[in-house]
Design a protein around this ligand. Structure first.
Ligand code: SAM
Length: 208
């Protein structure tokens, strides 16, 4: 990814939560309705643990987390977009459910967290935005303690193929110039190759 692509993500696509929210409406309407239950049951969220949420967006995981998720978690939320970070801070603050929350602007490849400071590090639908996903995985591994968990959530290859075909239809047989986003299958292979300590990978077809 060139700088202009990262600036596009930070300053246009994710400048404010609106575009992500619009996409989420589609997934909420047509996807499975137990997304947050599924996520929280597949990610280790131990009582009083430090959880780093990399690419937290507007904090939707925390504003929708089922009651079974312990509210004494220590949340470290990070995103490259100031608008997202502001939105996360406001919506999570308004809930009065989470009492130890730090929200910061940060790039996934240079997290402002000490080595081994998180029990669990999560990245939900964000790793495909990195020019070098392996560097992101390495950084998440660095901030996660030994025996902790790095949980990365991506879509399987071919997710929403019908929607992509519909978007391409007006262009006839022209090939889609956009690269396929990093899929959960590719990410799993990356994890295995880059660090055996990285353990958790979930897939679903709900959110892009
Ligand atoms: C599809 S959204 C997912 C947000 C959130 N995890 C969720 O599930 O609602 C991707 C998020 O990754 C953030 N992001 C993109 N590149 C990033 C980077 N290099 N470092 C940190 N965050 C990044 C974007 O600003 C955006 O908020």
């Amino acid at each position: 990814m060139v700088d202009s692509e990262q600036s596009y993500l930070r300053d246009v696509q994710y400048r404010f939560p609106d575009r992500l929210k619009a996409r989420s409406i589609l997934h909420n309407r047509y996807g499975r309705d137990d997304w947050f239950e599924w996520l929280s049951s597949n990610i280790p969220l131990l009582s009083s643990g430090v959880i780093a949420d990399v690419g937290c967006g507007a904090g939707s995981f925390w504003t929708n987390a089922p009651q079974s998720v312990p509210s004494n978690l220590r949340l470290r939320l990070l995103d490259i977009s100031e608008g997202m970070v502001d939105a996360a801070r406001t919506s999570i603050g308004a809930m009065q459910r989470w009492h130890d929350v730090e929200v910061s602007v940060a790039d996934a490849v240079a997290l402002p967290l000490a080595d081994a400071s998180a029990d669990t590090t999560i990245a939900i639908h964000m790793l495909y935005h990195l020019a070098d996903p392996a560097s992101g995985l390495k950084e998440m591994s660095r901030v996660t303690r030994e025996g902790g968990a790095v949980a990365v959530v991506l879509n399987p290859a071919g997710t929403m193929a019908e929607l992509s075909a519909l978007a391409r239809a007006p262009f006839g047989d022209e090939p889609d110039p956009r690269p396929e986003p990093l899929s959960s299958e590719q990410e799993l292979a990356l994890m295995r190759a880059s660090s055996p300590a990285l353990m958790s990978s979930g897939t679903r077809t709900n959110c892009a």
